[in-house]
Design a protein around this ligand. Structure first.
Ligand code: FE2
Ligand code: FE2
Length: 172
């Protein structure tokens, strides 16, 4: 069963995954100078995000729903965030992952509540990515060194920006 709320959520999550793909792509590009030890892990996360984006794209196509109007904005925003934080090095990269994924996880849990009894197909799509987002979140949290300069500065900025993009996407 397809619902308007389910369509809306699939669109926002699809755009968000496009943002995530671009964050990791940009960080991978810069991290070969600033944090080469992190590059393999970032590639691993990028593989996940490509899978998530394809999953939501397929669901939208099957329902005949166009992508979100925030899609291009998410891509540019993600790329910019990835470049800036990638340039600042490993603690900034970890803080970004932690901040983005903690907001994402909170929204996924809320979306599961909203979809559980109304749109099983969208519920299943959302549920399929939770474990991998949790892995990204946990890794970011554990990799933020205590006392490092960037995490306390970046975390609130990245959290608020991520919330803003999701808020906007649900209304476009
Ligand atoms: Fe993802
Ligand atoms: Fe992720």
């Amino acid at each position: 069963m397809s619902t308007r709320l389910g369509d809306r959520i699939l669109k926002v999550d699809h755009a968000g995954e496009h943002g995530a793909v671009n964050i990791y792509r940009a960080q991978i590009l810069v991290s070969s100078w600033t944090a080469p030890q992190l590059t393999p892990l970032l590639r691993h996360f990028l593989d996940h995000e490509l899978g998530h984006r394809a999953l939501f794209r397929d669901r939208l196509q099957a329902r005949g729903v166009r992508r979100c109007r925030s899609y291009v904005l998410c891509g540019i925003g993600g790329w910019t965030l990835g470049l800036l934080t990638g340039a600042l090095g490993s603690s900034a990269i970890a803080a970004t992952t932690y901040a983005v994924e903690s907001v994402v996880l909170a929204h996924l849990l809320e979306q599961q509540q909203q979809l559980r009894d109304t749109d099983r197909e969208a519920f299943d799509a959302v549920s399929r990515i939770v474990a991998e987002e949790q892995e990204h979140h946990d890794h970011g949290r554990d990799a933020m060194q205590a006392g490092a300069f960037w995490p306390p500065l970046l975390t609130p900025i990245v959290r608020v920006s991520t919330e803003a993009v999701i808020w906007l996407g649900m209304r476009l």
